[in-house]
Ligand binder design. Sequence first.
Ligand code: TMP
Ligand code: ASP
Length: 240
Amino acid sequence: MDLKKGEFLYEGKAKKIWASENKGRYIIEYKDDLTAFNAEKKATMEGKGALNNAISAYLLGYLNSKGVPTHFLEAVDERHQIVKAVKIVPLEVVLRNITTGSLCRRLGVEESLQLPRPLVEFYLKDDALGDPLVTEDHALLFGWATREELDTMKVLTLKVNDLLRELFEKHGIVLVDFKLEFGRTEEGELVVADEISPDTCRFWDRSTGDRLDKDRFRKDLGDVLGAYREIWRRLSTEEA
Ligand code: TMP
Ligand code: ASP
């Protein structure tokens, strides 16, 4: 597919988005920038964009192949993907299998507890407010999503969890939690959008407990890129 960038649309913390010559298609560029804590902590790591492009293309393509609709169409080079043009729903959907991160900070619950079933949370996508946790009623009353969309997002997020947990399990990795974004296509379909990568998931090595995700950056654990490379190495190696 042609990679002729059209109108520049948006620059986020880790990606840039352009329109393309093809109506209904966007071009996404994965940047080498890394941010945490609402961008209070920033770094650039050469090669991070290419790794996340590869990992995200693999995972979104995997979900497409399993019947979960996503915006992903094709990775065209080291940094770029072609995706369906969508309008992003202004909610981040977080699913947790194990307690950690902001859940433990906010509610004082113990770290690393296996939850009896997955927990799904909605956050408002608003950097100025620090992406606050919101209820479904907030989303409905302020028009961020409809009842049907909230239900679809929950069902799809649980399905993504089932699929990715099983996939990562085969590679010796525990899927601790992750964040999804959703978008509405021009045809009105609600699809998984944005990225799925070590920036947006927590991955723990099953045998060593090593953190293989952005927590290495958040918590200054060192060798951030080594962890991202390890995720890609395992995913791209046949012998699961
Ligand atoms: P949290 O524990 O910081 O709320 O994060 C939960 C999961 O969501 C974790 O896998 C990281 C991911 N996440 C993002 O992708 N973007 C964000 O802005 C935040 C806060 C979390
Ligand atoms: N991604 C968020 C940020 O850049 C927060 C985080 O991942 O810790 O602000």
